[in-house]
Ligand binder design. Sequence first.
Ligand SMILES: *[C@@H]1O[C@H](CO)[C@@H](O)[C@H](O)[C@H]1NC(C)=O
Ligand SMILES: *[C@@H]1O[C@H](CO)[C@@H](O)[C@H](O)[C@H]1NC(C)=O
Ligand SMILES: *[C@@H]1O[C@H](CO)[C@@H](O)[C@H](O)[C@H]1NC(C)=O
Ligand SMILES: *[C@@H]1O[C@H](CO)[C@@H](O)[C@H](O)[C@H]1NC(C)=O
Ligand SMILES: *[C@@H]1O[C@H](CO)[C@@H](O)[C@H](O)[C@H]1NC(C)=O
Length: 419
Amino acid sequence: MNPKQVFFSVLLFGAAGLLLFMYLQVWIEEQPTGRIERKREQKGTSVTSGRIQEHITNQNSEVHMPEDLKKKRGNLLNLEAPARVLRKSNHSQGEDGAPQSSTDNSKETHQVAKSQAFQKPVEMNWPLVTRPLNKSSVQGNNKWKKADETQEKRRSFLQEFCKKYSGVNDPKSSLFHIVSRIYVEDKHRTLYCEVPKAGCSNWKRVLMVLNGLASSTYNISHDTVHYGKHLKTLDSFDLKGIDMRLKAYTKVVFVRDPMERLVSAFRDKFEHPNSYYHPVFGKAIIKKYRPNAGVEALNNGSGVKFKEFVNYLLDPHRPVGMDIHWERVSKLCHPCLINYDFIGKFETLEEDANYFLQLIGAPKDLKFPNFKDRHSSDERTSAQVVRQYLKDLTRAERQRLYDFYHLDYLMFNYTTLHL
Ligand SMILES: *[C@@H]1O[C@H](CO)[C@@H](O)[C@H](O)[C@H]1NC(C)=O
Ligand SMILES: *[C@@H]1O[C@H](CO)[C@@H](O)[C@H](O)[C@H]1NC(C)=O
Ligand SMILES: *[C@@H]1O[C@H](CO)[C@@H](O)[C@H](O)[C@H]1NC(C)=O
Ligand SMILES: *[C@@H]1O[C@H](CO)[C@@H](O)[C@H](O)[C@H]1NC(C)=O
Ligand SMILES: *[C@@H]1O[C@H](CO)[C@@H](O)[C@H](O)[C@H]1NC(C)=O
């Protein structure tokens, strides 16, 4: 080889390496937290069998067995025979609720979903069309006039935003990933996108009651809500089932002021003993962001400071992945693709939720519960509380935090009180 050839081969290798690197970056971005993904991969096959069993057990209750599931069950049964052995795993695995809640149902069917995604390219027309809300059940009821006006405002506000920033309409992930946080309630034809720290536990309780899985929201424990595996996520259905539900069901999301949500997540996960967030996130955060950390703190991962946590969140090279409790709503629920029919806010949770329940024709006596089931003696995370936490940050850090959540701010018309 002459020097020129050598030069060009080196250039070629370099370019190939760069492409590979970029591809991997994109791939890593897509993974919510490494641990969960790995667990999914390992558990893959056995978990799929568990799912089949769940479908079989559901056979008696028509409500939980939509048409397409019946078909799918047929296919799956041929695929995996020894399902019966793996009947429902013990629900009390993992004491905390959080990591499980981040994946629960979707984890089980991830493999199924993945293989389907490879078989057929997903042809959805994004963004989904928005429909007017069906208000026949609240017609002429003045009680809901204000809630209704607010709703129409929020809907058109979001639509305008999505039109202006059409870049956020580009689906970059697979359909199954996009719908993986959406819970399905077939009886009242409702799809609820779960946003942690914005009333999601109580929403899941309500969905369980609507589904007929519980008689009242008041005695469903936190663990049952998050590990119970009673509710299905939309990614557990096949393409036809997903498509049909996205087109015909009422789609709802509940959001919260991004800073309040962040501080609430921090308090919940780091200011109380926690057997997942301290060893997994706490240790890594203390190790990287606390100079001269003590041996004990490095070993137990407890006592993370809000500033350290924010350093982790804003670090382009985070030592541990993201987590649904502080992930942006724009990434969890894809509001510009899904075009939610109803946008509720944590700030007006009960009013919005009860109006929504009227709209979908829920039983009149079903009211949205207002209890706080974890750390119930703690003060709720209010604007006042948030201000105290943000005081520990520099102005530049606050600005970068805002930038991190800027889509959530813009999509849902939140104002930056704390900048
Ligand atoms: C699940 O585990 C708990 C504690 O480890 C135990 O008390 C309970 O009986 C188990 N339940 C089932 C269904 O195995
Ligand atoms: C609206 O809901 C009512 C029941 O609440 C139903 O009878 C009607 O068909 C629905 N209308 C549309 C357009 O879906
Ligand atoms: C957006 O927020 C501002 C300030 O809180 C408020 O005045 C305005 O009415 C809101 N717009 C919509 C469409 O909700
Ligand atoms: C809730 O409590 C009532 C009365 O205490 C009981 O009858 C019912 O079975 C309980 N429901 C659940 C889901 O535990
Ligand atoms: C963890 O280490 C810190 C720092 O030394 C100590 O104050 C704290 O009590 C420990 N926490 C636990 C749960 O062991």
